[in-house]
Design a protein around this ligand. Structure first.
Ligand SMILES: *Cc1c(COP(=O)(O)O)cnc(C)c1O
Length: 336
């Protein structure tokens, strides 16, 4: 089919022409004296997207899923207790990963369409006087349901309990598109991927760690190798990587950062909000409802509830066959 396909899944998102052109490069030596001129400014500029001055940004040849694993295995010890609220497919998968990696994961179910219940979290953390919980895992934007949680309020809940746990935030579908303030919210590990807000192909895990989290890597006894942060840090300080990076991806990321920072992050957030508001108004005008409960609406993903007498699979296959339009299906949840 000629021209662009109409890609409206949560990710990969559309890659702007400027970024596609920027990625069309010849390969170069990643151990050359000039390579650091590419990598070092990228890692510096990433901090502006995460809104951190004191933290450190990282790039891994991986995906968002690896980002979860990087945060867990570099800062915690085997068997450590972590807490997560589950209200969609991505919070579910993150909880499953914790189980498979041998962490003691405390899962609290919340209705799909809602997000992190900060009052319940504060109460649970106050109960944990022995500080057994080592990390709070927060899914900022639950892509499966189009729900955004208030991470600033999560931080307040943790502070109100004077709880020392680390705060890990999955921002795979929010960072670079929605308001995100790593330092202000006291986020210890902010996790993202290349194929959503960064407008790139999949293939990179993009993260930032606080000094507190970096300190925790020194005492973490979890076995790790490919996803080790210390190896990254030792190489990144001179502008190199521990293993071969994707050269086109880095040039694409350079262009993505230029586009985002030239537009200005506040303008980027406002643009997503305006577009999402338009989508929500259209859905309401069609007489349909969205999955997110009021106050939890996401500005990057709108999950539309298909009426009970229709099959979502028909909607998706008609959109694809007839209009060359890809829509994302709801993930997993059976009707409650
Ligand atoms: C897409 C997504 C992921 C998974 O990222 P991959 O790059 O597919 O591994 C994790 N969390 C959220 C919230 C996502 O939207």
């Amino acid at each position: 089919m000629a021209g662009r396909n109409h890609l409206y899944i949560p990710g990969p998102t559309n890659v702007p022409m400027e970024i596609m052109s920027a990625m069309q490069v010849v390969m170069e030596d990643h151990r050359s004296p000039t390579f650091p001129l590419l990598l070092k400014p990228i890692l510096q500029d990433l901090k502006k997207i995460f809104r951190t001055e004191t933290g450190q940004a990282f790039y891994f040849p991986a995906t968002g899923t690896a980002g979860w694993e990087i945060a867990l295995t570099n800062t915690l010890n085997p068997g450590d207790k972590v807490i997560i609220y589950r209200f969609g497919q991505f919070s579910h998968l993150w909880a499953q990963m914790c189980k498979r990696l041998g962490f003691n994961v405390e899962i609290h179910e919340e209705p799909w369409g809602t997000g992190i219940p900060v009052d319940k979290l504060a109460a649970r953390l106050k109960e944990d006087t022995a500080h057994e919980i080592k990390a709070v895992l927060a899914t900022h934007n639950e892509t499966a349901t189009g729900v955004t949680s208030d991470i600033g309020a999560v931080r307040k809940a943790m502070d109100s309990a004077s709880h020392p746990a680390l705060l890990f935030v999955d921002g795979v579908s929010s960072i670079a598109s929605m308001d995100f303030r790593m330092d202000e919210w006291g986020v210890d590990a902010a996790i993202s991927g290349s194929q959503k807000g960064f407008m790139l192909p999949a293939g990179a895990a993009i993260l930032a760690f606080s000094q507190k989290a970096l300190k925790a890597t020194e005492t973490s006894t979890y076995p790790r190798c490919f996803l080790d942060l210390t190896d990254q840090m030792n190489n990144n300080k001179d502008g190199y990587t521990p293993y071969t990076p994707s050269i086109p991806m880095l040039y694409g990321l350079r262009k993505s950062l230029d586009l985002l920072l030239d537009e200005g992050m506040e303008n980027v957030y406002a643009r997503h909000n305006r577009l999402a508001e338009g989508v929500r108004k259209a859905v309401a005008a069609w007489g349909l409802t969205i999955c997110a409960q009021p106050g939890f609406e996401s500005d990057t993903v709108t999950a539309v509830v298909v009426p009970a007498d229709k099959d979502a699979r028909d909607v998706i296959s008609t959109a694809f066959k007839k209009y060359n339009m890809s829509l994302g299906g709801g993930l997993s949840e059976r009707r409650r």
